[in-house]
Design a protein around this ligand. Structure first.
Ligand code: G6P
Length: 372
């Protein structure tokens, strides 16, 4: 009903708007006054986490994209090797797992059958399983050794938005916690990231306040057949998520690529006026990455692409090559997906609406897939 949608035209729009609160709620009570992480829910004993020699993330759909981003954070902050695999592929390839493996199952519903079967398989091999889940008491957390709940609140729209952002927050917390427990990073580095995380809900709010030009752009592209998405580093899974959203909602051909792979195939798809969304990494910090994306944007634009660039405020180097520029607040590179994904959600939602689609219940899809 209209009341349940809180005045929004769809649950999806309502859930997009709820993201700052969802992010803040997921951080609440998990950081102490000194900036250290207090993840008591992760009941896997510290000595087990210290002996862990590998992390494996299993998930499906949007949760899988959260897992892809988590890999960068886990490897950076905990220095543990981390693999990410689609749950539906994982158990059919005889994965190497033992008591020193920490498996993280990411699922909004906690009922996705593929993810559940993957975690059962992992536990049979002796691995420890941590669930990151949004639904209290659902099957996946019940069958795991521990659970870190995301506090997004109920998500009704089939396409995941606020749950995704909170999955990212939970993954960052786990990555930092592993670093803290294992002593792989200096306490002050962890504290600095925790400080950045604490201000991220405000950054998401600022993005939401500036979305009108994105909606306008989306409406102008309603007649297109294809949209491509490019990114590097954590921007690559963001590109995959942007493309998935557009498929799910607008029923358009949308594909995400690692920008470095352009020259190995995707650039052949570029033709006159093809919309290409590029997620630009922060020019601060890893400036090599940024230089490379600038040349990728130049390459596709020279071949006629219409470039839609998501870039940090103050990033002037991309401006000359952007037909459309979408600004996001400056954040440390690893945290950028929390702000960079939001315009892509708004873009897909608006484009779908312009094409006459029902965004909460896309054709052929289900919120929770309880069959393999
Ligand atoms: C379905 C939904 C997606 C979701 C995926 C995984 O396909 O339509 O939005 O990302 O399942 O769901 P889960 O509940 O495990 O996160």
């Amino acid at each position: 009903s209209a009341a349940e949608k809180g005045g929004y035209a769809s649950f999806m729009l309502k859930e997009i708007a709820e993201q700052p609160k969802a992010v803040a709620d997921t951080l609440l009570g998990r950081i102490d006054g000194s900036g250290a992480l207090t993840l008591d829910e992760v009941r896997i004993p510290a000595n087990v986490l210290r002996e862990t020699d590998k992390v494996v993330i299993v998930a499906c759909g949007t949760a899988f994209h959260a897992g892809l981003i988590a890999k960068y954070a886990i490897e950076h902050w905990s220095r543990l090797p981390c693999e990410v695999e689609l749950a539906s592929e994982f158990r059919y390839r005889d994965p190497i797992l033992d008591q020193q493996t920490l498996v993280i199952a990411v699922s909004q519903s906690g009922e996705t059958m593929d993810t559940l079967m993957a975690l059962r398989h992992a536990r049979e091999q002796g691995a420890h399983v941590l669930a990151i889940c949004n639904t209290n008491g659902s099957t996946i957390p019940r069958e795991s050794d521990a659970v870190l709940y995301t506090h997004a609140g109920p998500e009704v729209a089939v396409a995941s938005t606020k749950a995704f952002l909170t999955q990212l927050v939970a993954c960052y917390l786990v990555a930092l916690y592993l670093g803290q427990v294992r002593g792989t990073k200096w306490a002050d580095e962890i504290r600095a990231v925790v400080r950045d995380l604490s201000s991220i809900a405000g950054a998401v709010e600022r993005v939401l306040e500036t979305m009108e030009p994105v909606r306008e752009l989306a409406r102008s592209l309603a007649g297109k057949d294809t949209v491509l998405f490019l990114g590097r580093h954590v921007g690559y899974p963001v590109a995959l998520e942007g493309a998935l959203k557009l498929k799910e909602l607008a029923y358009m051909h949308a594909e995400g690529f690692a920008a470095g792979e352009l020259k190995h195939g995707p650039i052949a798809l570029v033709e006159d006026d093809l919309p290409v969304v590029v997620v630009a990494p922060s020019p601060r910090g890893r400036s090599v990455l940024h230089d490379k994306i600038v040349s990728n944007i130049q390459e596709i634009r020279a071949r006629g692409a219409r470039t839609i660039v998501i870039a940090e405020e103050g990033d002037e180097a991309v401006a000359p090559y952007a037909d459309h520029l979408i600004r996001i607040p400056a954040t440390p590179t690893l945290l950028q997906p929390l702000v960079a994904t939001v315009p892509l959600q708004v873009f897909a939602c608006e484009l779908a609406t312009a094409r006459g689609n029902e965004v909460d219940q896309p054709r052929n899809l289900a919120k929770s897939v309880t069959v393999e």
